[in-house]
Design a protein around this ligand. Sequence first.
Ligand SMILES: [Zn+2]
Ligand SMILES: [Zn+2]
Length: 207
Amino acid sequence: MVYTLKLRYKGITINSDQINKLQLYFATMSSQSPIPWFDDFVGVAYRYYDLRMNVVPLITDRKQSASLWHDSIHWWVDPSIKIRFVEMENDYWFIMGSDSQKPDTNLAFFKILPKSEHYERFKKGHGGEAYLRLGVYAQKSLSDVKKGALCTCDHEAQDHDEGDGDVCLFKSCKCKIFSSFQVNLLKRKKTITDIKFLEEKDVKDDP
Ligand SMILES: [Zn+2]
Ligand SMILES: [Zn+2]
């Protein structure tokens, strides 16, 4: 099995050996046809919704999210869905895969993401189970929102100067451009019961 996938992120290069090692976490990866990695998502949201916490890969295109579910995730066998979080100092690897009833269209998710408050909350609070849902992520600019809408800097839209490249008018704030986003959770869900947090050394080759 030859993997040429290389990922570069903030100067970190993950080589194919490490990728191969990651695959050991997924039983299905040892079958003869490798499962393609999917990384065309902008992030992962962690939300309480229903009884369990939700793990929500965020897709920017509604149609893409629908076909991703319809073609791949729908066929996942719930008890075989695995999520691994490999922690680095400020970032983590999000890795998700599953056995599928339709192996031809199966995918495995992989992305390096910055740790966040929501991530830490999920880590503490998931209790071994979560729902998997997809979310449609829409970035909103200053002209799309009402005055009271909150920017990611925590100040309102009306505190951002439209005349001056959207800068935040609070003196102490370094925000240069208004940005806000909206996430729509899709209804369909899968149950995940195999969730593990690992350290980077657990997946690295021995020296
Ligand atoms: Zn701002
Ligand atoms: Zn601000």
